[in-house]
Design a protein around this ligand. Structure first.
Ligand SMILES: [Fe+2]
Ligand SMILES: [Fe+2]
Length: 268
């Protein structure tokens, strides 16, 4: 079973041609499933253009949003994008909207995931700022502050994402028909997916908006969870989260960047 996972295509910057080549490359891999893990295209018209490039894939395609996909534009709100517009565009392409329901594949593999919005748990642990400071400083570090217009605080929306994904994964863990779980999120959720830079206080502070480690900690005890793949930071990291009495979880961050879309492969 071969699952290809990509993210951070940023259609509005990367453009049609580079993504068309990416799709052709993915097609040659003859995958059993494909996941698009957010930051696909903004505004929603470009999200739709980007998804249309994947319609030729001869396998099930699961989609989840990234923070950039939720940036409002005239006539659209972030809440409407997340709850209605992007799910509808995804379904119109014949694809699976992953935040609502995990995708089950033949042979007992299940893919679960959502945006996993950041909850500040990945902020610099050596010089921890208060959550209030992180909230206050956000506009200097992260454009979501100016472009996402819902009423939730980051921690409130993160908690909703966490609750939902944890419940879905626990149901899969207890389902005798499921043998292996692959979790795909936009925001990284495992410590090994984060990069700390010893001499860069600004970078380490900014990690607050690039991780949701509370969620990773909640999922870590699930014995069927063997892979966690995320986007958002564009860093291209891979590693393993060791667990007592359970096999390690392979972790990676997809190495896509603006203009340079990439994918990672999970062999189940
Ligand atoms: Fe991105
Ligand atoms: Fe992102």
């Amino acid at each position: 079973m071969r699952i290809l996972i990509t993210s951070d295509l940023h259609y509005e910057v990367t453009g049609h041609e580079a993504i068309r080549r990416l799709v052709a490359g993915m097609e040659r891999e003859e995958p059993d499933a494909l996941v698009l893990a957010g930051d696909i295209g903004n505004p929603s018209r470009l999200f739709e253009h980007c998804l249309a490039l994947f319609v030729r894939m001869n396998c099930p395609v699961a989609v989840l949003p990234g923070n950039h996909d939720l940036w409002r534009s005239p006539g659209e709100t972030s809440a409407a994008l997340h709850e209605e517009l992007l799910p509808a565009i995804t379904r119109d392409c014949g694809f699976h909207w992953l935040p609502d329901e995990p995708m089950r594949l033949p042979g007992g593999t299940a893919i679960a995931g959502n945006i996993a919005w950041y909850d500040y748990s990945a902020r610099d642990m050596e010089a921890p700022a208060t959550e209030e400071q992180v909230e206050e400083e956000k506009r200097f570090f992260c454009n979501d502050a100016n472009n996402v217009d819902w009423e939730f605080t980051d921690r409130e929306f993160a908690a909703r994402c966490r609750k939902k994904l944890t419940a879905q994964c626990q149901a899969l863990e207890h389902d005798p028909g499921v043998r292996a779980i692959v979790v795909v999120t936009h925001v990284p959720i495992m410590k090994g997916q984060m990069e700390w830079r010893p001499d860069d206080a600004r970078w380490n502070f900014r990690n607050a908006y690039f991780g949701h480690l509370t969620l990773g900690n909640e999922l870590k005890s699930l014995g069927k969870l063997h892979w966690v793949v995320s986007g958002h930071t564009h860093l291209g990291l891979s590693g393993a989260a060791e667990r007592e009495g359970l096999p390690p979880i392979a972790t990676s961050v997809i190495p896509s960047d603006y203009g340079k879309p990439r994918w990672v492969t999970v062999e189940v």
